[in-house]
Design a protein around this ligand. Structure first.
Ligand code: S3P
Length: 423
């Protein structure tokens, strides 16, 4: 994919459904009574992996004219083959929670990138609940899960991870008694909201969430709000140009996901929120970004957790800020679809930028001019899209190698980007 420099970002967009919510609604629909009907389901390959897995588990999944219908099952079917999670860590980790509570054995595998990702974070708590989870590759996929009647646990998570929290809460639906999770930092709360939407009673106080099992779920009808992590690429692109004017409608604005808006405001962008409403507990609205402008910012602690998926694009535009960007406490970036710290640093340097790579983050000085370059996506969707954005403000063309990785979360990305770029 060749990206040429832009002059401005102008226009109005609606984005495909949020990936995190799509995964959760599909998984909960699979174990709910009745038929769940969803529109604006994520178009990314990751959520297709989740749908593939629940089909393998015996659920009927029908898709017609952008409407998805998932028929839940009282008990899931024993899959004939290993469940294919593709590139999707969310699928493998969150589905493990549901599978831990089914009384059968099954296997889960993923592609080369997923096969490198740590799974001990879900294996340990689910084992404590009584499931057998093993891997021939230490704590990496493939996984072999033998589900059981589970016991409720109290679990203090060592890593702040919404996927781990979700796996435990989902397993808690099948355990007798009160399963509670405590998180070190607040992570996205879509599982809590989705469980309530599907009729589950759940308690929440500060950073402790608990669910009493067993509980039955009931099908829902929902329109999935636009993916806020996908919107980050357009918002950061718009932030690069003083005359930008970009509207994104029907966008997910859940406060546990919207930290990027605060950061862009802190950097000097003017952002307004319109038509705010609530859908199944999720906030949805339109946002308007006018007047791109970039000062400088340090991101650390809870903010790094809240921004974890948006950090690559923030780092990619950091050289164009006035004062630079420092990212700390983001070691998790090293175990995402790629080592995102190493890859961001390598690609920034390829474009002629100076940056300091650290074990848990990056420091990128501001006020730098970059040149177009060959960018290595490393097969990672967010790296491909982040550097397409950086390339819009560079001198000369860039070539994004492995740009097709964008299909993992956002197949329409490059086409939609062209639609709002002014040259
Ligand atoms: C996600 C949680 C995050 C995030 C991932 C999606 C989710 O991962 O990076 O893209 O939907 O729960 P962790 O839970 O590993 O932090």
């Amino acid at each position: 994919m060749i990206i040429r420099p832009a002059r401005n970002i102008l226009g109005s967009l609606r984005l495909p459904g949020d990936k995190s919510i799509s995964h959760r609604y599909a998984m909960l629909a699979a174990i709910a009574q009745g038929a769940t009907r969803l529109t604006n389901f994520s178009t990314g390959a990751d959520c297709a992996s989740t749908l593939g897995c629940i089909r393998q588990l015996g659920c009927t999944v029908r898709s017609e004219d952008g409407r998805l219908e998932i028929k839940g099952r009282e008990t899931l079917a024993v899959p004939a083959d290993s469940l294919d999670c593709g590139n999707s860590g969310s699928t493998m980790r969150m589905l493990s929670g549901i599978l831990a509570g089914q009384e059968f054995a099954c296997d889960l595998h993923g592609d080369e990138s997923l096969s490198r990702r740590p799974m001990a974070r879900v294996m340990l708590p689910l084992r404590q609940m009584g499931a057998t989870i093993t891997s021939a590759a230490g704590d990496r996929p493939p996984l072999h899960i033998v589900g059981r009647k589970l016991r409720a646990i109290e679990y203090a998570m060592p890593v702040a991870s919404a996927q781990v929290k979700s796996a435990i809460l989902f397993a808690g639906l099948f355990a007798k008694g009160c399963t509670a999770v405590e998180e070190p930092y607040r992570t996205r709360d879509h599982s809590e909201l989705a469980l309530r939407a599907f009729g589950v009673e759940l308690e929440k106080s500060r950073n402790r969430i608990s669910v009493r099992g067993p509980q039955k779920l009931h099908a829902i009808e929902a329109r999935i709000p636009g993916d806020i992590s996908s919107s980050a690429f357009f918002l950061c692109a718009a932030a690069l140009f003083a005359e930008s004017n970009l509207v994104i409608e029907g966008l997910l604005l859940n406060p546990t996901r919207a930290a990027l808006l605060d950061v862009l405001r802190m950097l000097g962008c003017r952002i307004s929120v319109l038509n705010l409403e609530e859908q199944h507990g999720e906030l949805v609205g339109a946002i308007k970004l006018e007047h791109g402008k970039l000062g400088g910012v340090t991101i650390a602690g809870a903010q790094s957790v809240a921004l974890i998926d948006e950090l690559p694009v923030l780092a990619a535009i950091a050289p164009y800020t006035r004062d630079g960007v420092e990212i700390r406490d983001a070691k998790e970036l090293r175990v995402k679809e790629s080592d995102r710290i190493a890859l961001v640093a390598r690609n920034l340097r390829a474009m002629g930028a100076e940056c300091e790579e650290r074990e848990d983050g990056l420091r990128v000085p501001g006020n730098q001019s970059l040149h177009g370059a060959g960018i290595d996506s490393g097969g990672d969707h967010r790296i491909a899209m982040a550097f397409a954005v950086a390339a819009l403000h560079a001198q000369g063309e860039s070539e994004i190698r492995g740009a097709e990785a964008a299909r993992i979360s956002f197949p329409e990305f490059f086409e939609m980007l062209e639609g709002v770029v002014e040259r």
